[in-house]
Design a protein. Structure first.
Length: 223
């Protein structure tokens, strides 16, 4: 629940919706829980193996939040630089996420960090940065990566004060995935177009407290 509204993010992760962007004109079904689901997260691992959608998702989340929060240790062998897609808008544009869904996910990240002993004052940028970056419709490119980053795209999302909707498509609710006629994608699929970055690469990540925070936030999101 978020603001008294049920926020169910699981269908975006388990392939139940045609909501993942793999470079085409519409969303496809991708199962991001294809390598153990919540079980390895509870053991401080991103996944059971290193060649799955789940592994790429979790390690890229870990890397992205490190970049977002300007972690001083990022770029070392233990904490690689972010290697995923440059635009979070492009990644999420077929999900048509609304404010309560975006807010719920951000809250889970902050709550997970608090549960691991992060000081409350240190959590302020964790909450503020994602809200400013992801929570406003038609938000212009940000300095994190000079591409569109907002993932809140439904008409219910607040419009950014300095908004620019150039290149932003009108969001529609993703259709349910079915066993027939459903497009699928693998962890090595690439995106095309000006809004995409180089294709993601798989890197071996030493999982530390930051990864546990991201992992546990997703455990909460799956619940």
């Amino acid at each position: 629940m978020y603001n008294g509204v049920e926020a169910n993010l699981l269908p975006y992760f388990n392939g139940a919706l045609l909501s993942s962007n793999r470079g085409g004109s519409k969303g496809v079904s991708v199962n991001f829980l294809d390598d153990g689901g919540a079980a390895p997260l509870m053991m401080n691992k991103p996944s059971n193996t290193t060649n799955s959608n789940q592994y790429l998702l979790l390690t890229h989340l870990y890397e992205y939040f490190g970049m977002l929060l300007q972690c001083s240790k990022q770029g070392s062998s233990a904490y690689p630089a972010y290697s995923g897609f440059g635009s979070m808008y492009e990644v999420h544009k077929f999900m048509n996420l609304e404010p309560n869904e975006v807010g719920y996910f951000i809250t889970q990240v902050a709550d997970a960090a608090l549960s691991f002993g992060v000081a409350a004052e240190d959590l302020e940028p964790v909450g503020k940065a994602p809200n400013m970056l992801f929570g406003y419709r038609c938000a212009p490119p940000m300095t994190v990566i000079a591409q569109l980053q907002s993932i809140c795209s439904s008409e219910e999302c607040p419009v950014a004060p300095n908004s620019t909707c150039a290149g932003v498509v009108n969001g529609t609710e993703p259709m349910n995935a079915t066993s027939t006629g459903t497009a699928s994608a693998t962890a090595t699929a690439t995106m095309s177009g000006s809004g995409s970055a180089s294709s993601p690469t798989s890197t071996t990540v030493v999982v530390g407290s930051g990864a546990r925070v991201v992992g546990m936030s997703l455990v909460a999101a799956f619940a």
